[in-house]
Structure formats: C-alpha cells, structure tokens
Design a protein around this ligand. Structure first.
Ligand code: ADP
Ligand code: MG
Length: 251
C-alpha cells in the first residue's frame, strides 16, 4: 500500500523543466532513497511533495488523498515531515528550548497563562531528547553543538509533529564518517521505534545501498530506475549515467 504517490509531477522553471512527469510511489514502512547526480532535481522533488513549490502539472497524494497545492504547514500536520539540506534550528536557544518550541508551535499555544514556560511540554520534550540521544545536551546552546549533534536536534524537531512519513534531504551532508555512522544508525532506530516511512536523498552510496529497501534514480528530472538495491545496482542505464561515472557526479 502506498503512503505517498506522485502522478505526472512536473515543474517548469521558466523553460527549464527540473522535474519532468514523475510517477513515484512510496510504500508504507519502507526506507526509500532517491539518488542522482548533483542538480538532478532531488531537492526540487522534495519541495514539490512538501508544498514548498507549486507543481506546473501533476499531483501528489498522501495516504490516498490529494495534497497538491496545500501549504507546507498543512502537509506537516497531515503527518509528512521533512528536514532541509541546510541546518534549521534556533541557534541561540538551548537544545531543550528548540524541541519545546516545536511542540508548543504544534499545539498552537504560544503562551499558557499560569504555567511557567519551562514546564510546557516538558515530558514530551524529554522523550524526544532521549530518542535522538541528546539528553546530556539539553541545556547546551544549540548553535554551539557539533554539526552532527545539530542534525540530531533537527531530527527531534521534525519528529515533534509525530509524522508517519519523514523526508530527509542529504541527512549526512557535511558529516565526518563517524558522524555519518551515528546519524544513520539513529535514523534507522527512530524509523523503527516510530514506525516511520522514510524517503531520503543521500550522496554516500554505502549508506544508500546499506539501509534502503528501495532506491529510485533521478536524472535530469526524470526517474530512470526504481527498485531494490540489487536491481538498481545492476541497471545498465543507472550504471552508465550515474554509478559508473567518476566521483564528481556522486553528490
Ligand atoms: P539536487 O537536489 O538533485 O542537487 P535541485 O533540485 O536542487 O537538484 O536542482 C535541480 C535543478 O533545478 C538545478 O539545475 C537547479 O539549478 C534548478 N533549480 C532548483 N530550484 C530552482 C528555482 N527555484 N528556479 C530555477 N531553477 C531551479
Ligand atoms: Mg539537493
């Protein structure tokens, strides 16, 4: 059963077609990677799914219902959350406050009279801190955390809405090999414990082929292959346009 579908999804940036008639299906519970050379359209595809860009043509369905044209925050409320390629936290707040703020925003209560701010959503904040392994850093200033830990915090923030599907755009970009291993193990754990469906882009092919149930390959805005890691690895067109190319294409 599909939790997310796109149909003929297309965006035309003034004559440049960045996503071209993409039919895509995300199955409930799977870990699905979108790979493709730099500029292939991966981030644009995510932006179309999450309502950050309006498609020129085509539609997006979430759990069978059309979500094309909905505002991003409405799509998040339905259970489709994402992280961005760039870090997206409040750098001057503590780690605790970052998560707490996300929960308060979710509940739409900017300020509760007679309840000290620090007490709001305390228990849930602590659960999320524990889930992403940041319990020991709760009171640290978010902007002073290591890059890897900032990404862990970002993950906690994107889980605040209790999503069923999580889109991660290059979750390990800029990470050391150790940070990458920690981040991927964490995402894997969280996906299991929260029963998440994961759609992610990733430049590290060992990560992609190591954790994905399915992989789709985007090239010049079109999906040229979609299948199990083995099917994609052995696909001759994929090898020609992507996997067989030199490293500079693999970003
Ligand atoms: P990827 O994430 O796969 O590296 P992107 O989705 O960021 O690729 O970009 C795909 C192509 O679309 C690139 O050629 C990029 O320059 C172009 N593009 C992305 N966003 C816009 C925009 N808002 N206006 C015009 N062109 C864009
Ligand atoms: Mg990108």
């Amino acid at each position: 059963m599909n939790i997310l579908d796109t149909n003929n999804l297309t965006i035309d940036f003034g004559g440049f077609i960045a996503i071209n008639n993409v039919d895509f299906a995300l199955k409930k519970g799977e870990k699905h990677a979108i790979i493709g050379p730099n500029g292939a359209g991966k981030t644009t595809f995510f932006n179309l799914i999450t309502g950050h860009l309006p498609p020129t043509k085509g539609d997006v369905k979430f759990d069978g219902n059309p979500i094309t044209g909905l505002a991003p925050h409405k799509i998040v409320k339905l259970g489709l959350a994402r992280s961005f390629q760039r870090i997206n936290i409040f750098p001057r707040m503590t780690v605790f406050e970052n998560i707490q703020t996300a929960l308060i925003a979710r509940d739409n209560k900017s300020f509760k009279l007679f309840v000290p701010a620090a007490a709001q959503n305390r228990q849930e904040t602590e659960e999320l801190l524990a889930l992403v392994g940041l319990h020991g850093e709760a009171l640290e200033i978010a902007g002073e955390l290591s890059y890897g830990k900032q990404k862990q915090l970002e993950l906690a923030i994107s889980l605040a809405e209790n999503p069923s599907v999580l889109l991660l755009d290059e979750p390990t970009a800029g990470m050391s090999p150790q940070e990458t291993a920690v981040a991927i193990a964490l995402v894997d754990d969280v996906a299991k414990s929260r029963e998440l469906t994961l759609l992610f882009t990733e430049h590290d092919m060992s990560v992609v082929f190591g954790i994905s149930d399915r992989i789709s390959v985007l090239h010049h805005g079109e999906i040229i292959a979609s299948g199990s890691p083995d099917e994609v690895r052995n696909n001759s067109e994929v090898r020609r346009v992507y996997l067989g190319e030199s490293d500079d294409a693999a970003t």
